[in-house]
Write a protein that binds this ligand. Structure first.
Ligand SMILES: [Zn+2]
Length: 442
């Protein structure tokens, strides 16, 4: 199959993102761009093509009407590898037992190539669209969208300056899970309708320094640890939010008793249900703002008292909560002797509607290629994607996972032996063909 060969060559380009931009080999990015241009001639012929911030790519296929455009986005950079743990070299794109092994198969060149193959095939068949179709491919998602040179951010700012408002934007994300935890028998597909916010909170305690042989009653390090312990031992209040409510509504018809009954009256049974949801870290993360200590620092020498002791608390914020509210809550909790400062804060995204026709088309397209899914429901994504940047220019942002093999191989993402099944890849192409031709003609 041509599409598999295309995927293999594209996976062989070492488009590795580094925060230290001087370490990036942009020749590999050029190779990626050349491959796209040679493999997808109908896309090139039927679109206008721009390079943004050097290596991010923006294609626009003109539609027949002046309705709001549709955007499909992704990124083609990948995270670095540790070669030793791989069964096959990570950039060989070796095929074995029905799988392609390579960095980026799942996150997310597999997704990008399936998308491009689908569009190429539609255009080759002479299909035209009602709506303008934009394809936005970022080159530095893996190092975060907060950086000023984020390609996705630059593309969004350009489109915003042109006054564009998008009917919907579709990006990576989503999942396939076992429905058991929610009382649903079988596999459930999930489409991300919102993302949690992110914030690092720095707790600082200060004190006069001095020699550790004559210590004061308590040290700065003790004070800041005490504050951080208070954060870990008293979790934030858990509650339903708009994204989890949308998921419960979608799953309700498929739930077995007694969960079906309990979730039908979920406000009445809130104490029991919230207690159950907060038992596992996975479900707990969807109903509360989480916080966890990640870094600590004290003095620079073993026999010197810390004049300044710091602990970083990494927080992920649920819809309905905000960075400002979080800082205030933490300050109230730890007391005024501890300085509380938010760094890298961004609020959770809006929750995109699940009654949107584009969302329904995504759900139907997933069900079409994976009839083994009992249902497909909206959910809150705990991880961040570049699509969070697009909320100012669209009310319908959806994060999808078109590959069932992710169900088994989720743990290989950003890890050793990342792989995609050929079957999933082929179905991913059909997914995008369905999805694009439906949404672009809505
Ligand atoms: Zn990704």
């Amino acid at each position: 199959m041509d599409s598999v060969q295309h995927l293999q060559s594209i996976l062989q380009t070492k488009t590795i993102s580094y925060l230290d931009r001087s370490r990036i080999d942009f020749n590999e990015y050029e190779k990626f761009i050349e491959l796209v241009q040679s493999y997808y001639p109908n896309l090139i012929k039927n679109s206008t093509f721009k390079r943004v911030e050097g290596y991010s790519l923006l294609f626009k296929i003109k539609g027949l009407s002046d309705k709001d455009p549709v955007g499909f986005m992704g990124h083609y950079d990948v995270v670095p590898v540790n070669e030793e743990g791989w069964i096959h070299p990570p950039f060989s794109a070796h095929i074995s037992d029905g799988y392609i092994y390579a960095r980026g198969t799942l996150d997310m060149k597999g997704h990008v190539v399936a998308l491009l193959e689908a569009i190429e095939s539609l255009l080759k068949d002479g299909v035209s669209f009602e709506r303008d179709l934009y394809i936005m491919l970022g080159h530095n998602e893996e190092t975060g969208s907060a950086l000023p040179d984020s390609g996705a951010r630059k593309i969004m700012e350009m489109l915003e300056a042109e006054g564009k408002h998008f009917y919907c934007v579709v990006d990576e994300g989503g999942a396939f899970i076992k429905g058991d935890a929610m009382g649903v028998k079988g596999i459930v597909g999930l489409v991300g309708v919102a993302e949690k916010g992110y914030c690092d909170i720095e707790l600082t305690a200060t004190q006069d320094g001095g020699h550790a042989s004559m210590p004061p009653h308590t040290s700065a390090l003790y004070e800041v640890c005490k504050a951080a312990m208070l954060m870990e031992s008293h979790k934030f209040k858990a509650d339903y939010n708009d994204a989890t409510n949308a998921m419960f509504d979608a799953l309700l018809p498929y739930m077995a008793q007694p969960l079906k009954f309990l979730f039908s009256y979920r406000n009445l049974f809130k104490p029991i249900l919230i207690q159950a949801l907060t038992k596992s870290p996975e479900t707990a993360a969807t109903v509360r703002t989480t916080s966890v200590m990640t870094m600590a620092s004290g003095s620079k020498a073993p026999n010197v008292l810390a004049q300044e002791a710091k602990i970083n608390i990494n927080c992920r914020i649920v819809p309905g909560d905000t960075v400002d509210k979080l800082v205030k809550r933490i300050q109230d909790r730890v007391g005024s002797n501890i300085k509380v400062k938010a760094i890298n804060g961004n609020d959770p995204t809006n929750v995109s509607p699940s009654h949107h026709d584009a969302f329904k088309a995504i759900v139907e397209s997933v069900k079409h290629v994976y009839p083994e899914c009992v249902t497909v429901a909206p959910y809150l994504m705990v991880a961040a994607t570049d699509s969070r940047l697009y909320h100012p220019i669209s009310d319908g942002i959806y994060r999808v996972q078109p590959f069932m093999s992710m169900f088994e191989d989720r743990s290989t993402v950003h890890a050793d032996n990342e792989r995609i099944s050929l079957d999933s890849f082929e179905k991913g192409i059909i997914f995008f063909k369905n999805c694009i031709s439906t949404i672009c003609n809505q």
